[in-house]
Design a protein. Structure first.
Length: 416
């Protein structure tokens, strides 16, 4: 029993310290996601991905973040520029480790954040120079944060062979999802919203069993005689087999000896099954904060254009993920002196906010006329090569300050 308790405490992390788990007392097991819900359905972290709405929401968030370019910038006298000569730029932009490309790495982080509330990315550095050479994500279950007596935090990383080693925050790059005060790890949706997710699974299970039985509701079989308990059980078993075989052969079952079948289940129309299914789509969308129309539920879609919809998705869904990842990268991959000098990581969201060609042309024209953008900057955004002379800023000649105009048109001495 002590072995079970220690191993579970280790797997669940520091939040379970002081919680007594046993096989006879279920208190505390719900923290592990092992308890059953009100719908009598067990919900785990993988259950989320088995719900089509949750799968679509998590995949949408993760794949969108994965496609956004991530750059390392430095601030110069002329503004900011991409630090392409820095080795860390290539890691986050192209390939952080041997077996993952940058989009796959970003996707894995967001999937972990959306399903488990936490992501960990152990960093490998050269011992002599401290140069970062690899960022390798690991599953949350392999990392155990611990708060020491002096208030400092360490992380125990377990490798594939079971060996444990102690790391600092800087070496493991934790990204915490939405969580509470005093918690080192974020909330996992399958633990906080287990009953709502369990209801989605229960509805799907009911539909599958209903149509799997040929759409035949449960009922009561009555007859003109009492077969006795033993004969009744045999009759019920053989009758179920007979009805199943009749359905498979496409034949109508026949009952003799005054046997009658009376359905007692509520019809799907009476139980508003379709409405309940649609309500659960909205419930899951609320959990992951994804607009309904992006989950193929377009009954109440209200956006007039793609750019407006993407802007809403970016502001209220993606920005929290992007900001957390950027902050963790800045904290763990950059030295304090580098941050003070103006180096930082940032996602490029321009492609997500690109409108149609007419809207983009109008925006570029206004920025160009306001002397806010150069010709080469426009060409870069449109994936066109730079041209000579395209770095100059131009201003329209049909506007000037009023004071200058008054001075220009002021009558000179001797003028009539």
């Amino acid at each position: 029993m002590n072995i079970i308790r220690r191993s579970l405490l280790h797997a669940a992390g520091w939040v379970l310290k002081g919680t007594d788990l046993s096989l006879t007392d279920p208190q505390g097991w719900g923290v592990l996601g092992a308890g059953r819900t009100w719908a009598n359905i067990s919900v785990s972290d993988t259950t989320q991905l088995q719900i089509t709405t949750a799968w679509s929401a998590i995949r949408l968030i993760a794949e969108t973040v994965g496609t956004l370019p991530l750059h390392l910038y430095r601030t110069t006298s002329k503004g900011r520029e991409r630090a392409k000569d820095d080795s860390r730029y290539a890691l986050v932009r192209w390939q952080p480790c041997e077996y993952l490309t940058a989009p796959e790495w970003k996707e894995s982080m967001v999937v972990s954040l959306a399903t488990l509330g936490q992501a960990y990315n152990p960093i490998t550095r050269f011992e002599s120079t401290g140069r970062v050479i690899e960022i390798q994500p690991v599953h949350k279950s392999r990392v155990q944060p611990e708060v020491r007596r002096d208030g400092s935090v360490i992380y125990w990383l377990t490798d594939r062979h079971g060996a444990r080693r102690q790391l600092t925050r800087r070496d493991i790059m934790p990204v915490r999802g939405f969580g509470g005060v005093g918690q080192l790890e974020g909330f996992a949706p399958h633990q906080i919203h287990s009953n709502s997710l369990g209801l989605s699974v229960a509805l799907e299970k009911y539909a599958a069993e209903f149509f799997g039985s040929g759409g035949q509701p449960l009922g009561i079989i009555t007859g003109d005689y009492d077969p006795g308990e033993k004969s009744r059980d045999q009759f019920r078993k053989s009758l179920s087999k007979y009805i199943r075989e009749s359905r498979e052969k496409g034949e109508h079952p026949f009952f003799a000896d005054g046997t009658k079948y009376t359905p007692i289940s509520t019809t799907n129309n009476d139980s508003q099954f379709i409405e309940a299914r649609k309500l659960q789509i909205a419930e899951v969308a609320r959990i992951y904060r994804v607009p309904l129309h992006m989950l193929m539920e377009t009954d109440k879609a209200s956006y007039n254009n793609t750019e407006q919809a993407n802007k809403h998705f970016l502001d209220y869904t993606l920005l929290a993920y992007l900001t957390r990842i950027e902050a963790s990268l800045n904290s763990c991959l950059l030295e304090p002196s580098e941050r003070a000098a103006g180096m930082y990581f940032e996602f490029d969201v321009n492609n997500l906010l690109r409108g149609d060609s007419t809207a983009r042309a109008d925006q570029y024209l206004k920025l160009r006329q306001a002397s806010a953008i150069t010709g080469n900057e426009i060409r870069e955004r449109e994936n066109l090569p730079r041209v000579d002379g395209g770095d100059d800023l131009y201003a329209p000649l049909n506007m000037a300050p009023l004071d200058l105009l008054r001075e220009h048109f002021k009558p000179k001495e001797g003028d009539q």
